[in-house]
Design a protein around this ligand. Structure first.
Ligand SMILES: Nc1ncnc2c1ncn2[C@@H]1O[C@H](COP(=O)(O)OP(=O)(O)OP(=O)(O)O)[C@@H](O)[C@H]1O
Ligand SMILES: [Mg+2]
Length: 332
C-alpha cells in the first residue's frame, strides 16, 4: 500500500514512496541555483519547484517500482516554510490525489524531522528527547507520542543552521554553508579563537545564535582580509565549536530536568559530525540510548514527511481541495 510523499518547503524538491515505515524510494533535487545569491530566494525557489515537482515524483515512483495508480495515499508538507514553495507541493499533491479520490495528509515539516527517527531501519519509540536544528528552526522537542511533540525550548533569534550559513558566507564559503564549514573547521584549531557560547548562564532551554554571528563579523573586521584568509580554518573551527557547544549544553540541561530514556537528532545541522560526536559522548556518559538517522534523512527529504503522515489525520476527498499551506506556526 504505497504512500507518496512530497516536500517542497524550502529549496529542495523531494518525493518519496513508502510502504509503512520502509522507504521504497526517496528523491531529493537540490536547487543549486541559490548558490549564486548566497541564500535561498523564495520566488526563485517556488518557480524551480514548479519545473521539478513532476519529474521528481515520476522518478520516485520509478525507483520504487510503483505506478501512479498504485498510490493509495498522498502526503505533503503543509508548512512551515516558504509559502510560494509550499503551495507548489500542495497543489501537486492535490492534483495527484483528487482524480483517484485518494486521501491527502497535510503534514508539519518539523514533525517530519522528528518522524525521520520512526523509519526503518532501527526505528525508535517515544518517549525520547529530540534536538531539532535546521535552517529555520532550533528547538528541543519532547516526543511522548508519534503524532507530535512538545517544544521544551527554542531559539529566540536565529536558527543554528542560519548561523552556520551566515558564518560560512562571511568566511567566503558557498550556500548551504554547513558541509563546507564542517570541512574547513576540520583543518582548524577550535581553541585558536574563542567565540561566546550564548545563553550558557540562562537557566532555561532556549537558544540564541545572533550574537555569535555578530562576534564573527567583528573578528573578521579586526583581522582584515589577509588576516581572515590566513585564519579561515581556525575561525571556522571556533565558530562551529561555539554552535555545537550551545546545542549540547542545552540538550544536557534538558536531560538534567527530566529523565528521558533516549535522545534523537533531527534537521540539517544534525548531519554535522562534531555535533553527532559530542551528543554521542553526552549520551554515553549518561547511559542513554542515542538514535542517529543517516545524513540523507537529516536535511530535507520526503521520506520523513511520509513517516510523519503515518501519525497525522488524513483529509478525505473533497475536503482537502480548499486546504491551504501555512508559512509559520503549524498544526502541532
Ligand atoms: N554537515 C553539516 N553541518 C552543519 N550544518 C549543516 C550540515 N549539513 C547541512 N547543514 C545545515 O542544515 C541546514 C538545512 O537543514 P534543513 O534542510 O533541515 O533546513 P530547512 O528545511 O531549510 O529549515 P527548516 O527545517 O527549519 O524549515 C542548513 O542551514 C545547512 O547549512
Ligand atoms: Mg527542514
Amino acid at each position: 500500500m504505497p504512500l507518496l510523499a512530497i516536500e517542497t518547503s524550502c529549496d529542495d524538491t523531494c518525493a518519496a514512496v513508502l510502504d509503512g515505515p520502509s522507504v521504497l524510494s526517496s528523491v531529493v533535487s537540490s536547487q543549486g541555483i541559490h548558490d549564486s545569491f548566497g541564500g535561498v530566494v523564495p520566488e526563485v525557489a517556488a518557480r524551480q519547484h514548479l519545473g521539478l515537482v513532476g519529474p521528481v515524483v515520476e522518478d520516485a515512483l520509478a525507483r520504487a517500482g510503483a505506478e501512479l495508480d498504485q498510490v493509495e495515499k498522498v502526503a505533503v508538507t503543509a508548512g512551515p516554510g516558504l509559502i510560494g514553495a509550499l503551495l507548489v507541493g500542495l497543489s501537486a499533491a492535490k492534483a495527484i490525489a483528487a482524480p483517484g479520490r485518494l486521501p491527502l495528509v497535510p503534514t508539519d515539516h518539523m514533525h517530519g524531522h522528528v518522524a525521520a527517527n520512526f523509519l526503518e531501519p532501527d526505528p525508535i519509540d517515544p518517549p525520547f528527547l529530540c534536538l531539532l536544528a535546521s535552517g529555520g528552526h532550533t528547538l528541543l522537542a519532547g516526543v511522548r507520542e508519534r503524532s507530535g511533540f512538545e517544544v521544551l525550548g527554542q531559539t529566540v533569534d536565529d536558527a543554528a543552521g542560519e548561523a552556520i550559513d551566515k558564518g560560512a558566507r562571511l568566511l567566503g564559503l558557498g550556500y548551504p554553508g554547513g558541509p563546507a564549514l564542517e570541512a574547513l573547521a576540520a583543518r582548524g584549531e577550535p581553541g585558536a579563537f574563542e567565540f561566546p557560547v550564548a545563553m550558557s548562564r540562562d537557566p532555561g532551554l532556549d537558544f540564541s545564535f545572533s550574537g555569535l554571528k555578530t562576534s564573527l563579523v567583528y573578528r573578521c573586521r579586526d583581522l582584515g582580509r589577509d588576516g581572515v584568509e590566513a585564519a579561515r580554518a581556525d575561525l571556522a573551527a571556533g565558530y562551529q565549536a561555539a554552535i555545537v557547544g550551545q546545542l549540547v549544553a542545552k540538550l544536557s540541561r534538558a536531560l538534567d530536568r527530566e529523565r528521558w530514556p533516549a535522545v534523537a537528532l533531527g534537521g540539517g545541522v544534525a548531519a554535522n559530525g562534531p555535533l553527532r560526536q559530542a551528543v554521542a559522548a553526552l549520551c554515553d556518559d549518561r547511559g542513554i540510548r542515542l538514535k542517529l538517522v543517516g545524513l540523507e534523512l537529516c536535511t530535507d527529504n520526503a521520506a520523513m514527511i511520509g513517516s510523519a503522515a503515518r501519525y497525522t489525520a488524513a483529509l478525505e476527498y473533497p475536503d482537502y481541495l480548499g486546504f491551504n499551506a501555512f508559512a509559520t506556526g503549524g498544526s502541532r
